[in-house]
Design a protein around this ligand. Sequence first.
Ligand code: SF4
Length: 313
Amino acid sequence: MYYFIEEFEGHSLHQLMDLVDKNNREILEEYINCLEDNELIFWCNEEETKLFPKMKKKWASPSLISNAIIEFNHNYTYDIAMIELNELGCSYFQLRLGSIDLDVIACFTQFLAKLIQHCPNLNMFEVLLPHHSEVMDEMFLNSINKYVQLRCVTFYNHTIDLQTTVDSLCIKHRVDNLNNSQEKSAVSFSSFFLNSEFFFESRLRNPYYNGKVTIDIEGNIKNTINDMESFGNICSDTIISAINKPHFKTLWYSSKDQIEGCQNCEFRYICFDTRPIVFDQINNIYKSTTPCNYDPYTARWNLSTLKSHSELV
Ligand code: SF4
């Protein structure tokens, strides 16, 4: 169907019918009926077709850094890093806490006040932390839920899997620990993003790594938290100097077309997966260290690990 649409784009129905012989006319009608029944096409006159110019297959972003993950350490100050990230265009933050007590909650609320002050480009942020106790979790939530930019709080290592939404804030309880829940392949259709920006970015870049910077618990500046390689430390280096180091941006360009398996997957331009990848020098291809839940060669999901959409969103 894809090749059919690409080949005959811009043709009128009359032209299409003229192009095929009698034997194929029935098949052509079947194709067109299928597209129309599924509301993938509609009829318009030649003049109206000019209102639908071809989309440019381009992707560009004004931000050098679009998203940051910070493992919060209450012994560090993040002011300079926040100012820099804002200047680089960072609009999304994921903040991770290793544990909470009253001191950490106090330090973290101060951190958030500075984040709002230093980062006017901030669009949204989410927080991940281990479940402590119902009372302490509640206290933590009450200390931070005043920020409209806060979209999600996840309590991992919880006793139950539960998701609630209060106004625009999503509160998740997860039995999984952070590592299990954060690095995963596409798990179901919920891992897919159906929008043109994501699609065109994915043709050129890896949407998980692209524009991302992480600061681990010791202040190391990395591509992802679990990476061994550090490109600097916020105590002694600027973020711009770290991301300008050779190789920092290498994974940004590891598009799905260059990843074994994904390159043959029909979902490759809409799929968001966070598995670590390594470059195989011998075969000149990126490989993921964990298999995907979806097998593009049989077009089947691994049902033993497939979870429902509502659990995963
Ligand atoms: S194989 Fe397909 S579904 Fe799985 S991670 Fe790659 S692109 Fe996504």
